[in-house]
Design a protein around this ligand. Sequence first.
Ligand code: G3P
Length: 215
Amino acid sequence: MQLFLDTASVNEIRTMWEVGILDGVTTNPTLVAKEGRKFEEVLREVCALGVPSVSAEVVATDTEGMLREGRHLREIHPAIYVKVPMTAPGLKATKILAKEGTRVNMTLVFSANQALLAAKVGAAYVSPFIGRLDDQGELGMDLIRDIVQIYRNYSFATKVLVASVRHPVHVLEAAKIGADIVTMPYSVMEKLVQHPLTDIGLARFLKDWEKVPKG
Ligand code: G3P
């Protein structure tokens, strides 16, 4: 399973890229706005690190606008995936962009039927938002289970990118189900690395090492 960071912070991306556990990055307009920096500048810096998959979202809501923005974004760097919302104009734009060879990440997906449509129009990734479903009392992970099963049934090439992740249990459950990718905030990726027993164990080993005769 691939691990992505859901952030537009170049510092966060650089840190995890250097640790060596990062497979890609997803951004959205909210995350970009938080950084207070020019979008394309951020995208160029992230791509220059060597991150192989960087999702950048269109903000147009009509097909023509999505096509214009998507074609522009894909020219920035070969690592760019164009993020398009799950709407009728978005499906239309995705079909055209996919035929042109652009890899599309269909976002704001909240049902298995929407995911089926994303696969049918040739999206490279589908992004179901599980945390936002959990927030309103639905089980987001059930959606991942359904999408993985449907894609297997029909051998769709579209990858399931689990988004709107809130905590490490989401990552664990997604891995057990067999999702292709999980994108998560920096704070969640940090928690994947850490365990209190690792820290306690290391401190004990170092303390005991002091008792070993040296020289
Ligand atoms: O990038 C899309 C998604 O991961 C957003 O997550 O936390 O705003 O629901 P969240």
